[in-house]
Design a protein around this ligand. Structure first.
Ligand SMILES: [Zn+2]
Length: 182
């Protein structure tokens, strides 16, 4: 069963702020994004979110106890399987890898390079504000590495209450001014 829905990602229109200082110009860059309409299948989105929630049960998080699961569908995977990940912490802390990156690393190892949908579930923080349950900076950059415009990569952040599916972001809204190598 599929339940298609058109979702509107709102425009962002923030002008740059430029300050001429005695030591040189300082710019707070503009952020201008047009409104964007995307079509998602809600049945798939919910299944992916539930897969991310389930994957969190396998998190190796003995230090933080902050369990996170992720699940991705890759646009270049003809089988459109749900590829899961969970955070894997390490006693050295620095060797820790987040759920989003374990999922994308697995997808890459399977030969896929374009993420279409990625759900992330911080199961200890589902009722928390978005910043407490959304991808970290390294993960945003990693998601951007495998992002595509068509279909647009969408990231679902689990949470927001019992009646919510979650928060939906595209790459431009997830990682403004993200680095890219051209
Ligand atoms: Zn992360």
């Amino acid at each position: 069963m599929s339940t298609p829905a058109t979702i509107m990602l709102p425009a962002v229109d923030r002008a740059a702020a430029v300050t001429e200082t005695p030591l040189g110009r300082l710019t707070v860059p503009a952020q201008v994004l047009p409104e964007r309409r995307v079509t998602v299948d809600l049945t798939t989105l919910l299944a992916l979110r539930d897969a991310a929630r389930s994957a969190a049960a396998n998190a190796h998080a003995p230090y933080s106890r902050f369990t996170v699961g992720a699940a991705a569908i890759m646009a270049d995977d003809p089988q459109r399987r749900m590829i899961i990940g969970a955070n894997v912490e390490n006693a050295t802390y620095g060797a820790t890898i987040c759920a989003e990156r374990t999922a994308l690393a697995q997808a890459a190892a399977l030969g896929f390079r374009r993420v279409e949908l990625l759900a992330v579930s911080c199961t200890q923080a589902l009722d928390a504000p978005l910043a407490d349950r959304s991808p970290c900076g390294i993960c945003r950059q990693t998601i951007a590495e495998f992002a595509s415009d068509d279909p647009p990569t969408l990231v679902l952040v689990d949470g927001g209450g019992a009646d919510a599916i979650g928060d939906l972001l595209d790459i431009d809204r997830l990682l403004p001014h993200g680095f890219r190598l051209r």
